[in-house]
Design a protein around this ligand. Structure first.
Ligand SMILES: O=C(O)CCC(=O)C(=O)O
Length: 281
């Protein structure tokens, strides 16, 4: 095995997140940003006032091109151009996704994140594990997760289209928290005690991979350029987050493997073939 692949796997497994730089070329970043410029209205100057009236508050201004998960079925930002579709099976992300999710997984939900200077932090959360909101885990007590609950079956590939990091804000997380067997203390969740939360350096062209069991959130944006990141969220083929789906855009050119990534949930290898067989690669 290549030394870099071995290192990436180790760090991803240890930390529950990993940033890989230079996954997209400068020309690809430019093209994706051009397409976003064509499809997204500018964030209005009065976003603070508008967010107070919006159904999901500031989240309606953070997020764009949503599909699947807590949003309706549709193509979301994949509809903005083939360049977005092409990223669903980028070889550099597939390597880590396969490591976490096995040979059979699906694209479960997507959305983009954008932030203007002054956008506030978003809450820390995880969708699986002891801190998932519906476990009933008691604060300060070890939580033995029942076998029927999913834990490590969901992963995210967030392509960064502008520079982000500790100086700017953006995606933040608690390294190692994907394996925590105790729920997130209130003092960390409410921002009183934050030294365990990091904001990884994520330059334009990088991809940030993380497990949905890793406690993560958004740190307030301090830069005067817009934050742009596009999140592709995957799960092991037998799992699903909600009843809605990411749909391929009409007329999109799809490889067999890409077609499979849009497929309905089903048991790995029994009803959902490997994404890495000769017929799908
Ligand atoms: O990218 C971010 O700022 C956070 C994304 C997030 O909250 C999520 O994936 O649930």
């Amino acid at each position: 095995m290549d030394d870099q692949v071995e290192l990436n796997r180790y760090l991803y497994e240890l930390q529950g997140y990993l940033v890989i730089e230079d996954v997209l070329s400068p020309a690809q970043v430019e093209r994706l940003n051009e397409l976003l410029d064509e499809h997204l209205p500018p964030i209005p100057d009065d976003w603070r006032e508008r967010a107070k009236q919006a159904p999901r508050g500031i989240y309606d201004y953070y997020r764009f091109g949503v599909a699947g998960g807590s949003y309706a079925s549709g193509p979301g930002f994949l509809d903005f151009g083939q360049a977005f579709v092409d990223l669903i099976d980028h070889p550099r992300t597939m390597e880590i996704l396969r490591f976490q999710l096995g040979d059979a997984f699906r694209l479960d939900r997507i959305f983009g994140m954008r932030m203007r200077e002054g956008f506030p932090s978003g809450r820390l959360h995880s969708d699986y594990g002891a801190s998932e909101p519906f476990t009933g885990a008691e604060p300060g007590k070890l939580y033995k997760q029942p076998a029927y609950q999913a834990l490590h079956g969901f992963a995210v590939a967030a392509f960064n289209l502008t520079d982000a990091g500790p100086e700017t804000g953006g995606l933040c997380c608690i390294p190692g928290s994907h394996n925590a067997q105790i729920t997130l203390p209130k003092t960390i969740r409410d921002g009183t005690h934050t030294d365990v939360v990091i904001c990884p350096r994520a330059p334009a062209g990088s991809v940030t991979l993380f497990s949905e069991a890793t406690t993560h959130g958004t740190l307030a944006w301090k830069a005067n350029h817009e934050r742009r990141s596009i999140l592709y969220k995957y799960c092991a083929s037998q799992l699903t987050w909600s009843r809605t789906r990411v749909l391929p855009p009409e007329g999109a050119a799809l490889t067999d493997r890409q077609r499979l990534l849009f497929d309905e949930p089903a048991g790995a290898k029994w009803f959902f073939p490997s994404l890495f067989e000769a017929s799908t690669t």
